[in-house]
Ligand binder design. Structure first.
Ligand code: TRH
Length: 381
């Protein structure tokens, strides 16, 4: 089959992050032919160095990558759509492409792959169909999620085993540490990674970490953390390879790596701060305690999404640990002072570690998103 996957980069890395992960999995695990339409190749190239920013058409790791401009017809006009068309996050296909889809015999299966949410309404909307306002075409809505009635989560086959092997193999961990330019880890140092939005309450968090009884290091990918990190570094930008120590806290700049290597950063850390959608899911497969900086939306819609997830995630935790991680997630996302909330969380980290392992194990029993999507498309053909 030929799959057309359309992605518009709204901001940051999550749109292309999800699209590229899906495209690679379709190609490499399923042997499908994939045409990935992307409007912002510069952002894409940060996740995959092979991407040439100036090329309109190129093959990257077996995937045909094409530039497109949302809202304009451009070079898609003359192209016959594939058997399946995936519109990521409602990015609106070019009108000419929709016409070509309507004219194709048989018509492609058109799926809008939606944002991830743990809210229960998702289950009622998953697999719903809507009819095109003008053309004889139907679009299916596919919702990722955490329950059996949702479309599941992206998870490469064998991922859990690869992560377990990493945990057991000192040589693999050492190789990953050198990829990130890290010195050998000192015993007893708590290692955290930070991937957040600039609105994060870093000043109070760094304050709590600085005054900790034990040593703590925070790994910060190039460009993450904004002004608060620069202030902590006395006005210097924390780039990869740099470090700044104050009290018990050392901030270490690490490179922003290609997408498959990003997992290694999460696996090297005892606790991960993640954000958006894709790194949020990866933190769960990493099976470590984590904090989710959710993408802020209007009318505080994101806080309901956060609450729905935290409710699911903490369901089987002891009340003390559940309260501690939920309070931290709320304070972080409301940009409050997190000093006391962090201090209350620290004694629960060991429990959250075993909880993370159990959570990843249970989630991985759910059929992964790509398998569900491929089956769903097959049923519609
Ligand atoms: O970058 P994000 O905040 O992305 C978003 C966008 O804001 C988007 O508009 C919104 O729709 C979506 O979230 C929900 O966070 P996310 O989703 O975690 O994407 C980051 C990607 O960057 C992810 O695929 C991992 C990747 N990454 C690397 O490849 N290398 C790195 O070093 C790091 C830190 C991340």
């Amino acid at each position: 089959m030929l799959w057309d996957v359309f992605c518009a980069v709204v901001d940051n890395y999550g749109d292309i992050g999800v699209a590229w992960r899906l495209a690679r999995q379709l190609r490499h695990e399923r042997g499908e032919r994939v045409r990935l339409w992307v409007d912002d190749l510069r952002t894409f190239s940060r996740l995959c160095r092979q991407v040439e920013c100036a090329a309109d058409v190129q093959i990257v790791q077996g995937v045909e990558v094409r530039r497109w401009t949302p809202g304009r017809d451009g070079p898609t006009v003359a192209i016959e759509p594939g058997d399946a068309v995936i519109e990521l996050f409602g990015c609106h296909l070019p009108a000419s492409f929709e016409q070509a889809m309507a004219a194709r015999l048989p018509q492609p299966v058109w799926v809008n792959l939606e944002y991830l949410s743990a809210e229960t309404w998702v289950e009622g909307c998953h697999r719903l169909v809507s009819t095109h306002p003008r053309l004889p075409l139907q679009k299916h809505f596919f919702f990722p999620g955490f329950s059996a009635d949702s479309g599941g989560l992206l998870r490469e086959s064998g991922l859990m085993d690869v992560r377990r092997q990493f945990d057991m193999n000192a040589a693999k961990r050492q190789a990953a540490e050198s990829l990130f330019g890290l010195p050998q880890r000192q015993a007893g140092v708590l290692r955290l990674s930070l991937f957040c939005y600039d609105s994060a309450p870093l000043e109070s968090w760094f304050g709590a970490l600085r005054d900790s009884p034990g040593a703590i290091e925070v790994l910060i990918p190039d460009g993450v953390g904004g002004e608060a990190v620069t202030r902590f570094c006395d006005g210097a930008r924390l780039s990869a390879g740099m470090q700044r120590q104050v009290g018990a806290l050392t901030l270490r700049g690490v490179p922003f790596v290609e997408q498959p290597d990003h997992d290694l950063l999460l696996w090297l850390s005892d606790f991960n701060v993640v954000r958006g959608e894709d790194s949020f899911v990866r933190a769960q497969w990493a099976a470590r305690p984590f904090l989710w900086h959710i993408y802020p939306q209007h009318d505080e819609v994101h806080l309901r999404k956060l609450g729905a997830f935290m409710e699911r995630y903490t369901e089987r935790l002891r009340p003390e640990a559940a309260a501690a991680i939920s309070a931290m997630a709320n304070a972080w996302n409301l940009a409050g002072d997190v000093r006391a909330t962090w201090q209350a969380l620290v004694p629960c980290l060991a429990e959250l570690r075993s909880h993370g392992e159990r959570w990843a194990e249970e989630l991985s029993c759910q059929e992964d998103l790509l398998s569900q999507l491929v089956r769903f498309v097959g049923e519609q053909l």
